[in-house]
Design a protein around this ligand. Structure first.
Ligand code: ADP
Length: 518
C-alpha cells in the first residue's frame, strides 16, 4: 500500500517537471519551513490555553462546591431534604434558603447545574428542578461515594462534569475517620463518611468564546506571516537560482559560437565549480580540435610529398625528348619507391585510425614471447645485414604472456626496425627479454645516432621526426612510435626511453603477463 503510494508520488514527480526545478524547490522548502512551525505553534498554544483554562475553572468550582458541601453538613441539609415531612417544615428556614441561594448563585455564575444526591442515590436537589426525586446510578456517583472526587471535560459538548463527595467528619466513630474508604475482598466499599454527592456540570462556553477570539486573531497573524513568507520564498527562489541561469546563458553563448573564451560566473562556489569544469572541458576540446587540425594538415602534407616527387619525376621524363631507356628505368624505379612510401604511410595511418576507434579491440591469447621475438628478428635481420648492423637477442627466461599477437608484433618490429634504421655503419642492436612474476620486459638498445634530450617526449607524436629529411630518406613515416605507444597502452603497459646523442638509445617496454581488462 505504502509502496504503491510512493511509486505514484514518484511518477507524479517525474511527470511534473516543475518539481525538478531548483526555483520551485527553493520556493516550496522555504514555504513549508516558514509556515508549518507557525501553524503547529498556534495549535499547541490553543491546546495549552484550553487545558489550563479548564483546569483553573474546575479548581475554582470545586473549591466553591467544597465550601457548600460543608454548609450542607453543618445545616443537616441532606437529612432534612431526604424526608419530605421535615423538608416541608424546614424548607422555609433561613439556613436552607441561604444554601439554596448559594447553589443557585453557583449554577448561574458558572452557567451550570448542581444536583445533590443523598446516600440512597436519590436526587434531593437539582438547580434545574428536573431530576429531583429521581435515582441516579452512574459510575462517577458510585465512585464519589467511595470518596473520590472526579472531573471530566467533554470538549465536544462544551461542559465540565465533576462530582464532589459531601463528607461528614463529625458523626463518624474514630476508627472510620482514620481509615476513610474501605476495601473488602479487593472490592472498594462506600466510604461511610460520605453522606452525599454533589454532581455538577458547568458550561465551558466562556472558554470556547475566548479560544475563538484568540484563534481568529492568530489566524489573521498567521495569514500575514504566510504572505510575508511567500514573498521571501519567491525572492529567494529567484535570487538563488539566478546564477545557474547565468551559467546556462554563458554556456549557450559558447555553444552558439558567439564566444569561445573561458566563461566566468563567480556568484556561488557551486557555479564556480561548474564553470571551472566547463572551462576545462572547453580547453580539452580546443586542444583536441587543434591536434585534429594539425593531424589533418600533417596527413595531407605527408601524402602529398610522394605525389609531388612522382610528378616531378614523370614531368622531367615527359619534357625531354629521346630519353634513353636506362633513364626511364631509373626514374620509374624512383616512382615505384615513392608509391611504396605512399603505401606505407596509408597502411600506418589505417593502423592508427583502427587503434583509435578501438573497433578492432584486442585479440588476446597466451603467446610465447621468445618465439615471437625470434620470428621478428629473423624477418628484420636482412635489413640489418644491409646496413652491417649486428642484431643480438638475449633471452633471460622463457616468457609466455596474454597479448594480442598482431599488436605486439607491431611494437617489437617498430622498435627493432628503428634501432636498425637510426644506427651507424657496423653498429649493433641488442634485444633483451626478461620477466618477473607480474610483467615481462622487452628492451631494445642500439649504438645509433641517439635522440636529443629535448625531443624525447615528442617522438611518440604522430609524424614527429627528429630529422625529417633523414627519416624520409630511410623510409620513415613518423607514425611508427605513435603506433607502438598506442599498442603498449592498450595492453596496460608502459614504454620509456633513454638516449645519449651520438651514442645510442634504449627503449624499454613493460607489459603485464596477464591481460588486465580496462
Ligand atoms: P619513423 O617512421 O620516422 O621512424 P617513428 O615514430 O618510428 O617514425 O620515430 C619517430 C622519430 O624518433 C624518428 O624519426 C627518429 O628521429 C626518432 N627515433 C626513433 N627511434 C630511434 C632510435 N632508435 N634512435 C634514434 N632515433 C630514433
Amino acid at each position: 500500500m505504502l509502496k504503491e503510494y510512493l511509486i505514484k508520488i514518484r511518477e507524479f514527480y517525474h511527470q511534473n517537471l516543475s518539481f525538478r526545478s531548483l526555483r520551485v524547490r527553493i520556493f516550496l522548502i522555504v514555504l513549508v519551513v516558514g509556515t508549518v512551525p507557525s501553524v503547529a505553534m498556534r495549535y499547541g498554544i490553543m491546546r495549552n490555553y484550553e487545558e489550563r483554562a479548564v483546569e483553573l475553572r474546575t479548581a475554582a468550582v470545586q473549591s466553591q462546591l467544597r465550601i457548600i458541601a460543608d454548609h450542607l453538613i453543618n445545616e443537616d441539609y441532606l437529612a432534612m431534604q431526604s424526608y419530605p415531612g421535615f423538608s416541608a417544615e424546614y424548607s422555609g428556614s433561613s439556613s436552607f434558603k441561604v444554601i439554596n441561594a448559594e447553589l443557585e448563585m453557583l449554577s448561574n455564575l458558572y452557567d451550570g447545574r448542581v444536583q445533590i444526591i443523598s446516600g440512597n442515590l436519590r436526587v434531593i436537589k437539582d438547580t434545574y428542578a428536573i431530576s429531583e426525586g429521581k435515582t441516579i446510578i452512574s459510575e462517577e456517583v458510585i465512585k464519589c461515594f467511595m470518596g473520590e472526587s472526579l472531573s471530566n471535560y467533554d470538549d465536544r459538548n462544551g461542559y465540565i462534569e465533576m462530582t464532589i463527595p459531601i463528607i461528614d467528619n463529625k458523626n463518624v466513630d474514630k476508627e472510620q475517620e482514620t481509615t476513610g474508604a474501605v476495601t473488602v475482598g479487593g472490592v472498594k466499599q462506600p466510604d461511610p463518611r460520605v453522606k452525599g454527592v454533589m454532581l455538577t456540570s458547568i458550561s465551558t462556553a466562556y472558554i470556547m468564546d475566548t479560544m475563538d477570539i484568540l484563534n481568529r486573531k492568530a489566524i489573521i497573524l498567521e495569514t500575514l506571516m504566510i504572505m510575508v513568507i511567500v514573498a521571501i520564498a519567491l525572492v529567494l527562489a529567484v535570487v538563488l537560482a539566478r546564477p545557474f541561469e547565468r551559467v546556462t546563458r554563458a554556456i549557450n553563448r559558447v555553444k552558439e559560437g558567439y564566444s569561445n573564451e573561458s566563461i566566468s560566473v563567480p556568484d556561488l562556489t557551486e557555479t564556480e565549480h561548474i564553470v571551472e569544469a566547463f572551462n576545462q572541458l572547453l580547453q580539452r576540446m580546443k586542444v583536441l580540435d587543434d591536434s585534429r587540425q594539425e593531424f589533418v594538415s600533417n596527413v595531407s602534407h605527408e601524402l602529398k610529398t610522394p605525389l609531388a616527387s612522382m610528378k616531378v619525376l614523370a614531368d622531367s621524363l615527359l619534357v625531354q625528348e629521346d630519353v634513353p631507356a636506362e633513364l626511364y628505368q631509373e626514374f620509374l624505379e624512383d616512382i615505384v619507391s615513392e608509391i611504396d612510401r605512399e603505401n606505407r604511410i596509408i597502411t600506418d595511418l589505417l593502423t592508427l585510425v583502427k587503434m583509435d576507434k578501438k573497433v578492432s579491440g584486442l585479440n588476446i591469447a597466451a603467446i610465447n614471447i621468445n618465439d615471437l621475438t625470434e620470428l621478428i628478428l629473423k624477418r628484420l635481420r636482412p635489413i640489418a645485414r644491409k646496413k652491417d648492423v649486428e642484431v643480438v637477442f638475449e633471452s633471460v627466461r622463457p616468457v609466455t604472456a596474454e597479448v594480442d599477437e598482431v599488436k605486439m608484433t607491431l611494437v617489437m618490429s617498430n622498435l627493432v626496425e628503428n634501432a636498425i634504421k637510426y644506427n651507424k655503419e657496423h653498429g649493433w642492436v641488442k634485444v633483451v627479454l626478461d620477466a618477473d612474476h607480474q610483467y615481462f620486459t622487452f628492451e631494445v638498445s642500439d649504438s645509433g645516432i641517439g635522440i636529443p634530450e629535448d625531443c624525447l617526449t615528442q617522438i611518440y607524436e604522430r609524424f614527429y621526426r627528429v630529422d625529417k629529411s633523414h627519416s624520409r630518406e630511410i623510409g620513415g613515416t613518423g607514425l611508427g612510435l605513435a603506433i607502438t605507444k598506442n599498442a603498449v597502452l592498450m595492453h596496460m603497459g608502459s614504454i620509456t626511453v633513454t638516449s645519449t646523442e651520438g651514442e645510442g638509445s634504449t627503449f624499454l617496454v613493460k607489459i603485464p603477463l596477464n591481460y588486465i581488462a580496462q
